[in-house]
Design a protein around this ligand. Structure first.
Ligand SMILES: [Zn+2]
Ligand SMILES: [Zn+2]
Length: 349
């Protein structure tokens, strides 16, 4: 009998997720098979569900914040034992030897395989018939170099949001060597932002949480922000003009006023985009003339994940989560779509 994994998949742009079984890729020599215990719901899942960024390969099982236990492993896997508690993030494979992989940018490898909405590739990087399917499921297979031990201090449910939201916010702050001399703005206080505030504060930076209402002011302060900037408050806009070295934007809204964000950044400062609005960015050229840079940042590499998990343990950074049974996945998605997640929904098998 052909082996089948079972999960919940999107079948088109409109419908809710429905049960779906698929044939997984054969277990390779360096692969690990994980029995999934938890999976976080990420904003990327929702964009992909609706083909918001590009045409999705349906049926698509979403979910790339995965925790579980090692159920099976290939003969060349030495650093994991059956039963180990492990996590898998946004990526399940890269070549490990190209210029990007060796520089720590595994996510830019030409032979990379994302955790879902992608095809497994052969040794030459040519897509195979096996579709990569995500963590809203009972099992998953991944190359063992993209499987990570979860430290004993971190619960499996809490580990999930760290593997995408945590990584995506930690990696750019690490790359910019954020520390006590930096004034850092975190725009958008949600699944990504609530972790970004904690990282930046624990790195020693003076953190300004940026939002479009006062609603999350108290929570932002509790997370470690020193200041709160309501971009719709004209007094705040004046007060924070040219005051920040870096703004990390988690905003996915296509209505974001980017000129305003640029105005908060000091000369020579940087706007880092990690949220991915579906509409093109519109910024007047004048906003760049103070030598302000705009850069994007996509997730992080394997070393970033290891550094992040160690940092989370050392500085006690944890996501704020609520759990929902996996079978109620559509309920969990609705909580996120309604903007009611505080701050991450994690599905539980
Ligand atoms: Zn590579
Ligand atoms: Zn994600």
């Amino acid at each position: 009998m052909v082996e089948q994994f079972h999960g919940y998949a999107a079948f088109d742009e409109k419908s809710v997720l429905k049960p779906y079984s698929y044939t997984p890729k054969p277990l390779g020599d360096e692969d690990i098979e994980v029995e999934i215990s938890h999976c976080g719901i990420c904003g990327s899942d929702l964009h992909t569900m609706r083909s918001g960024w590009r045409q999705t390969l349906y049926p698509a099982i979403l979910g790339h914040e995965i925790a579980g236990n090692v159920l099976n492993k290939g003969p060349k896997v030495v650093n994991f034992n059956i039963g180990d508690r492990v996590g898998i993030g946004c990526q399940v494979h890269s070549c490990g030897e190209c210029v990007e992989c060796t520089a720590g940018y595994d996510q830019l490898c030409a032979k990379k395989v994302f955790t879902y909405n992608d095809k497994w590739k052969d040794a030459e990087g040519v897509p195979t018939k096996y579709q990569a399917q995500g963590g809203y499921a009972d099992k998953i297979r991944a190359n063992s170099s993209f499987v990570f031990h979860i430290p004993k201090e971190i619960s499996s449910a809490e580990a999930c949001p760290l593997l995408c939201a945590g990584l995506s916010t930690f990696a750019p702050l690490k790359r910019h060597k954020v520390g006590p001399k930096h004034k850092v703005g975190i725009a958008g206080i949600g699944g990504l932002g609530h972790l970004a505030i904690q990282w930046a504060a624990k790195m020693g930076a003076e953190v300004t949480a940026i939002s479009h209402s006062d609603q999350k002011r108290d929570e932002a302060i509790k997370l470690g922000a020193t200041h709160f900037l309501n971009i719709l408050d004209p007094n705040d806009v004046i007060k924070f003009t040219h005051s920040l070295d870096i703004i990390l934007s988690t905003s996915c809204s296509s209505n974001t006023d980017w000129s305003k964000y640029m105005s908060f950044i000091k000369n020579h400062g940087t706007l880092i985009l990690i949220g991915l609005p579906e509409a093109p960015l519109q910024i007047p050229v004048f906003a760049f003339m103070r030598f302000v840079k705009v850069e994007g940042s996509l997730t992080g590499g394997r070393q970033d994940i290891k550094d992040m998990l160690a940092f989370a343990v050392k500085h006690n950074v944890r996501p704020w989560i609520q759990t929902v049974p996996m079978k109620d996945v559509n309920k969990g998605i609705k909580i996120v779509l309604d903007g009611k997640a505080r701050y991450r929904v994690v599905l539980e098998n």
